[in-house]
Write a protein that binds this ligand. Sequence first.
Ligand SMILES: [Zn+2]
Length: 348
Amino acid sequence: MIIDCHGHYTTAPKELDHFRARQLAGMVNPALHPRLEDLLITDEMLRESVERAQLKFQRERGTDLTIFSPKAAGMQHHYGDERVSAQWARVCNDLIHRLTQLYPANFAGACQLPQLPGVSPSNCIPELERCVNELGFVGVNVNPDPSGGWWKDAPLTDRHWYPLYEKLVELDVPMMVHVSSSCNACFHATGAHYINADTTAVMQLIQGDLFRDFPTLRVIIPHGGGAVPYHFGRYRGLALNLKRPSLEAHLFSNVFFDTCVYDQRGIDLLTEVIPHDNLLFASEMVGAVKGLDPNTGHYFDDTRRYVDGARVLDEASRKKIYESNALKVFPRLKAVLARREAFLEAQA
Ligand SMILES: [Zn+2]
């Protein structure tokens, strides 16, 4: 089985954008603020939005289940207030939930949180609990920089974040460190801000002692771990200089990297440097890099091709990356897979 642990709903009907526009207009003129029931998206529209995109690629590439979350660039935690952010997270998460109900064989849910710059993430706990306990979600995206490129909040290892981590540990749900769009013109969102954030998060974890306080917390660093695997010697050396434990001892019981790296040579490097117990298959398909690679004639985000082609992986390692690591990192997948199997049996 192939579990893709990183996919976003990038193809939502335009009605969702209109709802968002009304929300933001409502910040200026409260009369324009929409109600939840103003968002009219039918099941048919949901089906249409994924049939020729994510589902088509799952079929073509032979992947099975995608852990699916709202569009990352759309989280936009830098806009709005508590009311707007809470409503926006709810609306986006509800669409993911409906897709997991329409396609129980194809999608498992991961949620967006109603984060805001400068606000304790404890405000996110009700939505996190709703998504996990009521909607059956298995993961969550946590934005380390809700200011959208200005890094105004404390590092991820700061006690500012602890209420959220306590809840994640209690719910046994892992977090993916995932920024949203950039409102700093210096940082292109997916080309710079995302990769910066992945790298920054790992360095924060090296400097801090988060897993001493939360030994069972699991953190996924997406986009292949940013610059970390390529510069692994730098981070190993910095850990030594800073008198921190080795990366293996300090991070590798809790930190996992995904395979959203869009080049065979990058996946070769990732799989040579990072232990195979710490890698999760992912594609982030129909995301930042949607096109065909003119050098290969294949989609850049068809990452299964690179993992299948990685020179250092044997079948046992591939099985870890495709399936068994995900089941360890996302324990709530077990229930999703049981439901999936029942659904597929009923279809047969
Ligand atoms: Zn993503």
